[in-house]
Design a protein around this ligand. Structure first.
Ligand code: PGA
Length: 252
């Protein structure tokens, strides 16, 4: 049995105005008040972070952002730094989500800089990786994961990565209703853990939390969480509703 604490994380993407985000967060805080033994995080849009931080303070729910920029400050119109996220109440930040890679030009190199910025600011990075459907069909899943992990973490040393969270999100399973089978997910998670072991050693490989993401729902979360290398979930659609996300949090 691993002693990794499961992390159930909700990625709210570009949904919810501030009043809507506050209301959902309030309801979630009530619903999960009695869930021990798991970490819970929600990542609303930037404009809702500060108001939602007031709702979740002293609750079971932690706050995360969906992105950051790696510079500390400067003339970077439209960007937000790690320290700014911390000052808005964040403990986590999602980095390199496939939608950011697909629509906003993020690369393994920019992801690498963002992970460093998060670590420097004591934010927990949730580092997203995953193959596309054509990469899987052409038999390249492992080589894609290999490159994303190596390039994303290049230059880091094991002492930097104590808080690192990895999210394996096959692109073909995000928002599509097609979940990876628990065996497919386990196979990828085991491979990712072996990559971490090769790069940073056994201790980090055994402690790093690897989340699965891609159409996680109350109905499939338990089966996924039963897999030995799946340590939690990064949930999009099913995290937008407090009742459904609380069922995912209470997967046991
Ligand atoms: P989904 O999104 O749960 O809606 O598939 C997951 C994600 O993009 O993190």
């Amino acid at each position: 049995m691993s002693n990794r604490t499961p992390l159930l994380a909700g990625n709210w993407k570009m949904y919810k105005t501030t009043p809507e985000a506050v209301e959902t967060a309030q309801r979630l805080v009530e619903l999960v008040a009695d869930s021990a033994g798991v970490d819970i995080m929600i990542a609303p849009v930037f404009t809702a972070l500060d108001p939602v931080s007031r709702v979740v303070r002293n609750s079971r729910v932690a706050l995360g952002a969906q992105n950051l920029y790696w510079e500390k400050e400067g003339a970077y119109t439209g960007e937000i730094s790690a320290d700014m996220l911390v000052s808005a109440g964040c403990q986590y930040v999602i980095i390199g989500h496939s939608e950011r890679r697909q629509y906003f030009g993020e690369t393994d190199e920019t992801v690498n800089k963002k992970i460093s910025a998060a670590i420097t600011a004591n934010l927990i990075p949730v580092f997203c990786i995953g193959e596309t459907e054509s990469e899987r069909e052409s038999g390249n899943t492992f080589s894609v994961l290999d490159k994303q992990v190596k390039d994303g973490l290049e230059g880091k040393v094991v002492d930097d990565l104590g808080s690192l969270v990895i999210a394996y999100e096959p692109v073909w399973a995000i928002g599509t209703g097609k979940t990876a089978t628990s065996d497919q997910a386990q196979e990828a998670h085991k491979y990712i853990r072996s990559l971490i072991e090769g790069l940073f050693g056994t201790t980090l490989a055994e402690s790093v939390r690897i989340l699965y993401g891609g159409s996680v729902k109350p109905a499939n979360v338990s089966e996924l969480m039963a897999m030995p290398d799946i340590d939690g979930a990064l949930v999009g659609g099913a995290s937008l509703d407090a009742d459904s996300f609380s069922k995912i949090v209470k997967f046991k």
